[in-house]
Design a protein around this ligand. Structure first.
Ligand code: 5RP
Length: 255
């Protein structure tokens, strides 16, 4: 009996250790991808600063370069979280709410599909991320290899909706999905404390679990006309290049 429990304890410990090692190495890979993008930054650039754990590595690396080389940079954060991080690190920023023309926007992604189609919004910042990326000459995606997919949709698609009439908006969303023969699993996002998640814009997020998105353009076009839908997390034709970190190398994907 004691041997059985010891074996069980050992297996459990090894598994925990393996999981911890895996997440450390994924974190390292995110950092490596971010640092390659940091090298693209040139003096005088106006830069969109993405949101999420990978983008946070980019902001750290950017701050280090500004300090070491005295670069003259203006950052345009895509969330309050990124603004707070960049401010703390002393990165000069555009006034909150201003979105100037940018040379480059560097951001993470939840999924990277064919032709650099993306699902974004896992961190709830998809609206500001899309506005900022739209006004940048280039969107550069940084990620670890787990984000690469053959087809989008395993990650539930985040959709930002206005709180007014949200139940009606959710119903309309389900009708649109049904009309396209897609599953109608539309969940309101909550925080880990159980409160309804609020975006930086005071809106809500619904996560649409589709399993696979066979026709991203068709879906994107169908979602936006629904009153109450502010934006969705499909970023199609927006990214020009991606740096994807694998355990052994960084993959450079270019459009
Ligand atoms: C936030 C996003 C993030 O870029 C996305 O969720 C990836 O985050 P991470 O780098 O932490 O995996 O879209 O809205």
């Amino acid at each position: 009996m004691a041997r059985f429990f010891f074996g069980f304890w050992l297996a459990l410990s090894l598994r925990k250790r393996y999981e911890a090692d895996m997440s450390t190495s994924l974190e390292l890979q995110k950092k490596q991808a971010a640092l390659v993008a940091v090298a693209l930054v040139q003096d005088g650039m106006v830069l969109g600063l993405g949101t999420g754990s990978t983008a946070a590595h980019f902001v750290d690396g950017l701050a280090a370069r500004i300090q070491a080389e005295g670069l003259n940079i203006t950052g345009v954060p895509t969330s309050k979280q990124t603004r707070a991080q960049a401010e703390k690190l002393g990165i000069p920023l555009a006034v909150e709410g201003d979105v100037p023309q940018m040379d480059l926007c560097v951001d993470g992604a939840d999924e990277i599909g064919p032709n650099l189609s993306l699902v974004k919004g896992g961190g709830g910042a998809l609206l500001r991320e899309k506005i900022v990326a739209y006004h940048a000459k280039q969107l550069v995606v940084i990620a670890d290899y787990t984000k690469l997919v053959a087809q989008l949709g395993a990650f539930p698609l985040p959709v930002e909706i206005i709180p007014f009439g949200w139940e009606a908006t959710r119903r309309a969303l389900m009708d649109v999905l049904a009309a396209q023969g897609l599953p109608q699993t539309v969940r309101v996002r909550h925080t880990t404390q159980g409160a309804v998640f609020k975006t930086d814009n005071g809106n809500m997020i619904v996560d649409v679990a589709l399993g696979r998105i066979a026709h991203p353009e068709t879906l994107a076009q169908a979602l936006l006309p629904i009153p109450g839908v502010v934006e969705h997390g499909l970023f199609l034709g927006m990214a020009q290049q991606a740096f994807v970190a694998h355990p052994t190398h960084i993959e450079h994907i270019k459009m």
